[in-house]
Design a protein around this ligand. Structure first.
Ligand SMILES: Cc1cc2nc3c(=O)[nH]c(=O)nc-3n(C[C@H](O)[C@H](O)[C@H](O)COP(=O)(O)OP(=O)(O)OC[C@H]3O[C@@H](n4cnc5c(N)ncnc54)[C@H](O)[C@@H]3O)c2cc1C
Length: 265
């Protein structure tokens, strides 16, 4: 079976067999700037791997058809998928504005259809590789890292994963409790390093977590690991983070074939 037949072609060809319709859609707020959208795809053909993403197309009765946007799968539970959608401080763009605005009412009224196109992506977890892993996330890449770390812990052949999470401010660390609980439950197989670009505004927001580095996630990665030769490396996040992280990954030439990331526009 080819990648395309598998639904895993990373090229966005308009391939009818990769289109699905989201069913039983739920939208809940995780914070003022973060929504969780979940839905079921009942088709047997839809089989995303941890670390992959989908494109969503919103067709609204009031606002019309929106352009496709890519979203990482933050959770995969059988046929049910979870997506985390963030709204930046610069303000929402076209699709984000709709999701944070009219979508909730239109879901209640049955006035929107959501098409799901995919899954896509090469940066999915390599099960059974028997190698230690490094996963680096920045910005909305933490959603992708979430499915990768859960899959890695479920893989009995995965000896250890070092997670690195870079965020702008302490209030952006919305999955911190969940990840720290995972580390506490698997102290020999999982470690977590945090990097914050800013210390916070000191106006009652959450404090800087103990041990967090102030700076970029690529800096703390350089401090902690100097030879990646035996590791699988997953990079989850925006282009600028991946561009700054790639030069830090040093080791034997073969390491390059085990760096997994998806080009992000
Ligand atoms: C592989 C991949 C995975 C992704 N995963 C996620 C995910 O899990 N969660 C998530 O939330 N996003 C994710 N994204 C990003 C997502 O696809 C969208 O790009 C994002 O939601 C913004 O879409 P939009 O239509 O709201 O913004 P657009 O309208 O495309 O605007 C893009 C940005 O420009 C800014 N902007 C727009 N118009 C103006 C203007 N006139 N002046 C100044 N600024 C402006 C907006 O604030 C916005 O931040 C992912 C992207 C990729 C490629």
């Amino acid at each position: 079976m080819s990648d395309t037949e598998n639904g895993n072609d990373s090229a966005f060809e308009n391939d009818a067999q990769n289109w699905y319709q989201a069913q039983d859609v739920q939208l809940v707020s995780r914070s003022a700037r973060l929504l969780e959208l979940s839905f079921t795809i009942s088709s047997e053909g839809f089989a995303p791997k941890p670390g992959q993403f989908v494109q969503l197309g919103f067709h609204s009765e009031s606002a019309g058809d929106f352009p496709l946007r890519a979203y990482s799968l933050a959770g995969i539970d059988g046929k049910r998928c979870i997506i985390h959608i963030g709204c930046s401080r610069q303000g929402p763009g076209e699709v984000t504005g709709y999701i944070f605005g009219a979508l909730r009412d239109e879901l209640r009224d049955g006035a929107v259809r959501i098409d799901v196109y995919g899954p896509f992506g090469e940066a999915y977890y390599r099960e059974g590789a028997r190698r230690p892993c490094v996963a680096v996330a920045g910005g909305y890449g933490i959603a992708q890292l979430r499915t990768i770390v859960h899959a890695a812990l479920a893989d009995p052949l995965m000896p250890h994963m070092a997670m690195f999470w870079g965020a702008r401010r302490p209030e952006n660390l919305y999955l911190l409790d969940e990840l720290q609980d995972l580390v506490a439950a698997h102290p020999d197989r999982l470690s977590l390093y945090l990097a914050l670009e800013e210390a916070g505004d000191g106006n009652g927001g959450p404090p800087i977590p103990d041990g967090a580095h102030i700076g970029y996630v690529s800096d703390i990665l350089r401090e902690q690991i100097d030879d990646f030769s035996r590791m699988d490396i997953y990079l989850c996040g925006p282009h600028i983070m991946i561009k700054n992280t790639l030069p830090v990954i040093t080791g034997k030439d073969s390491v390059r074939s085990r760096i997994y990331f998806d080009p992000v526009v």
